[in-house]
Design a protein around this ligand. Structure first.
Ligand code: PNS
Length: 168
């Protein structure tokens, strides 16, 4: 068994991410979820601290999972977390293109390797970007995210129904 780092921006965490975390626990044992800044996504919906707190609540059922926020490079986070390698989830060919480039570059500069896990077919269409969009315009994303994330999104973007539930 190994300790692995699952880095991502998780803005916000969704059920596809939970699937990758659960697969990683089953295959490798200990998983450090590394909440990181993605330089290509400059402004976040939630702060790193808020994302970290939501993820911690959402993985409370998995005792071998730790959640940490990291600054800087993913390969430095691997060292800090004393992880053996990086784990990433793949939904589509588009993900593969991006992840392959990052995996090759991370390996070239540090020797750190990346292992890909295919997401469950039922979850391949979920993306944090669309969750942010739907929630911002008052849509219901509760079928796409863990309950603690749904609660935070409903607080940030109250709809008439969620505001009523919060006060009842
Ligand atoms: O969930 P995301 O947004 O796809 O995660 C991307 C993330 C945060 C893993 C990636 O942007 C990253 O590794 N950021 C840290 C900076 C880094 O290591 N850059 C070098 C990439 S080769």
């Amino acid at each position: 068994m190994a300790t692995v780092l699952y880095p991502g921006s998780f803005d916000p965490l969704h059920l596809g991410h939970i699937d990758v975390i659960e697969q990683s626990v089953e295959l490798f044992g200990t998983v450090i979820v590394g909440v990181m800044h993605n330089p290509t996504k400059p402004s976040g919906m939630f702060t790193l601290a808020q994302r970290e707190a939501m993820i911690r609540e959402s993985v409370a059922h998995l005792p071998s999972v730790e959640v940490m926020a990291f600054d800087g490079l993913a390969v430095h986070a691997v060292e800090k977390a004393k992880a053996a390698f990086i784990v990433k989830g793949l939904r589509t060919g588009g993900d593969f293109e991006v992840e392959q480039q990052m995996a090759h570059t991370n390996h070239a500069v540090s020797g750190v390797r990346t292992v890909y896990l295919p997401c469950k077919p039922a979850l391949v269409s979920i993306s944090s970007r669309f969750i942010r969009e739907i929630a911002q315009y008052g849509g219901d994303v509760s079928s796409l995210v863990p309950a603690p994330v749904a609660t935070q999104l409903a607080t940030l973007f109250p709809t008439p129904t969620s505001a009523q539930q919060a006060t009842s």
